[in-house]
Design a protein around this ligand. Sequence first.
Ligand code: GLN
Length: 279
Amino acid sequence: MPTIQEARAFGLTELNGSLSPDIDVQYLLCHVLACHPTRLMTSPEMELSEAQWQQFAALIARRKQGEPVAHLTGSRGFWSLELDVDNSTLIPRPDTELLVSLSLPKLHDGMLAADLGTGSGAIALSLAAEKPGVHFVASDLQFAALKLAKKNANKHNLSNVSFLQMSWLGGFQPHCFDLIVSNPPYIRADDPHLLQGDVRFEPRSALVSGDEGLDDIRRITAQALDCLKPGGWLLIEHGYDQSQRVQACLRQTGFEQISAHQDFGGQDRAVMGQLPETG
Ligand code: GLN
């Protein structure tokens, strides 16, 4: 059977010309060998078993067809957590960690916060792990997403999160949340990027939001006005060219202290704003 070194070389040849062959091969090989990436460096002469080799070759073939690595391994790291992932939700992205870092300083013990369209639970669970004294409501319209998010909460023993199936803030009491955070769908329906790469394997309902990509952001902002407490914060992820329009939407709705934030690639990625202290 091939050694680790030979398996890597095989994977690189097969995925030659794709976006990130080296890192994909490493992820898939570590998944099959259930090992840390350093093992690939320290034991290049180790031989794979026949079962491991067959599994690896099958995963490389699927990756060659475009399937996302996170779907092939069934997991993805986000903030401090390793999350289970499947094709019912968006694959957690490093850019979305921006919402976690912006939310953390606003959260204090005894507060109630919501993560709308939680998907795999990435935002709510990362925050819940950092802030055990805050209670989180994680909502999603898709039952399959909530099932996955709950599984991830159990995996990390997080009990300060409740899960609810609903559309944005439709069913909540007025003025109940101290903070609302969301990574909603925000891609334009005709965006050609929907036909390329990993997004082809993700649910359209988690990606697309009308002609401008802003339908859901507008809905969430309008509903947040009723559901946030006075002084409450709204934090929203958006597309690289939507910052001005999202800021205007928050301003027109009555939010103050509005600020724009960039992701790790330097692109505009999130806007936050606060309701006036006295409603
Ligand atoms: N940032 C994602 C992408 O461009 C989209 C995520 C979303 O719509 N919330 O692939």
